[in-house]
Ligand binder design. Structure first.
Ligand code: SF4
Ligand code: MG
Length: 283
């Protein structure tokens, strides 16, 4: 299938300037490359949650399942566990995945289910006109917090690292080349992968100028070192003024939930024992 055939003619209703376009274009290229290399598109299933991001599955000619708010992760888990031959890619928003759906992410990471979760983290509820979300910064002024949010934002990558995720990365909707590289690596990773994307909501929380000044790409970072990953993940806590690292923070081989179910436990180092060792070292 040509790249233009991976997309379709459904009218796109995202606002001009929305960061979702970068994610859509990047995933199209990656799906095309995967198809050419080893994964036919009929072996790919996309899952979306509810929010502006969810429309992404409408714009792609790929098998997909539109789930409900906060539930993209368990639906993706179920599809993968029912058929281990499928590549399952979930899309979710920050309000969706880090709010109502956070417990599902924690358990998918803990189990190391072999799925990829792509989080469109615009740090607001965009579809419902800009209310504060779990990653909105302290002081964020929106429809639900007209005097400024009084909550400290969640650092989702830190939560995911401590939960046992075996692939963690951050992308930015203005850096398409990096997005493509991260998507490909995450989808090919055997285990639970999560990509937190700073996806700018142009209409309700336009952070392009701010992010452009702050982001940098990780270089000479040891992705297998838990302590190093934790340090880099904590560097920017979603509201301080520190530089914002982009790229892969953590990548670890480990037994997947599917392997365990199939009774095919390999000799690969176990996630839990690895985390115990890493935490001991950190302490
Ligand atoms: Fe994109 Fe924000 Fe518009 Fe939604 S409201 S389509 S996230 S710019
Ligand atoms: Mg959002």
């Amino acid at each position: 299938m040509k790249i233009q055939d991976i997309g379709n003619r459904t009218e796109n209703t995202w606002c001009p300037g929305c960061g979702n376009f970068a994610i859509l274009n990047s995933i199209k290229t990656v799906l095309k490359n995967l198809q050419e290399e080893s994964t036919p598109l009929e072996n790919v299933v996309l899952v979306s949650g509810i929010g502006c991001h969810g429309k992404i599955v409408d714009y792609l000619n790929v098998n997909s399942f539109y789930s409900i708010h906060g539930r993209a992760t368990p639906v993706a888990e179920g599809i993968k566990l029912a058929n281990q031959n499928l590549k399952v890619i979930g899309f979710a928003g920050d309000g969706d995945a880090y709010g109502e759906g956070i417990e599902h992410l924690i358990f998918a990471a803990k189990r190391n289910v072999d799925i990829t979760m792509i989080i469109h983290n615009n740090r607001v509820y965009g579809l419902t006109t800009g209310q504060s979300s779990p990653t909105s910064p302290l002081g964020y002024k929106g429809r639900s917090t007209p005097k400024g949010s009084i909550e400290i934002p969640l650092n989702p990558l830190e939560v995911m690292l401590s939960s046992g995720a075996t692939f963690l990365a951050r992308g930015y909707s203005r850096n398409i080349e990096l997005l493509k590289n991260i998507f490909k690596e995450a989808i090919n990773h055997k285990g639970f992968a999560l990509i937190d994307i700073l996806q700018v909501c142009f209409t309700y929380y336009n952070m392009y100028e701010y992010y452009n000044k702050k982001v940098y790409e990780l270089k000479e970072h040891n992705v297998e070192d838990y302590s190093e990953a934790l340090k880099k993940i904590r560097e920017w806590n979603y509201y301080n003024e520190k530089p914002i690292a982009l790229g892969v923070f953590y990548k670890q081989k480990s037994v997947t939930f599917g392997d365990r179910i199939a009774g095919n436990r390999t000799k690969t180092q176990d996630t839990n024992s690895f985390i115990e060792q890493s935490l001991t070292k950190t302490i």
